[in-house]
Design a protein around this ligand. Structure first.
Ligand code: CMP
Length: 132
């Protein structure tokens, strides 16, 4: 078993899709082992996305991520990081494969409904960020 982090982003919480996302995860045999509802400050959002410092989309991303409630959760499954990235799909919902979460409910490349850790190392760092 391994663990990864998923965040239901403000565009999805604002459309009452928290339960829908969790349902998709559980149907795909992920187990939710920890979960919170948070309202990130701009500072917290910038810290979480520090790896994107200097990118042109960062300021807008920080404003978006602090615009409403978000739901970070720790998920457990064999091969959790890779399986979750397959389930959520490509960053841009328009490019995400049919049947993926972002293809289904994502709005655009920024408001793409969910974040998923991209490596075991980042999963550990991101889980520690929300669940110390
Ligand atoms: P996420 O997987 O959370 O990682 C970084 C986030 O930045 C991404 O999802 C999007 O919400 C946002 N973003 C906005 N524009 C871009 C872009 N051009 N490339 C990558 N990520 C972007």
């Amino acid at each position: 078993m391994s663990r990864t982090l998923l965040i239901v982003k403000p565009d999805a919480t604002g459309r009452n899709l928290i339960g829908h996302v969790i349902n998709r995860l559980e149907k795909a045999r992920f187990t939710v082992v920890d979960l919170r509802l948070v309202r990130l400050t701009k500072d917290q959002a910038r810290k979480f996305y520090a790896v994107h410092e200097g990118k042109p989309f960062l300021d807008s991303l920080v404003a978006f991520m602090s615009s409403g409630p978000a739901v970070p959760m720790v998920l457990e499954k064999e091969n959790a990081v890779d399986d979750l990235r397959l389930l959520v799909g490509a960053t841009d919902p328009k490019k995400a494969a049919c049947g993926t979460v972002r293809n289904e409910i994502g709005v655009d490349i920024e408001k793409n409904s969910v974040h998923a850790s991209d490596s075991d190392e980042n999963a550990a760092r991101e889980i520690a960020f929300f669940f110390s």
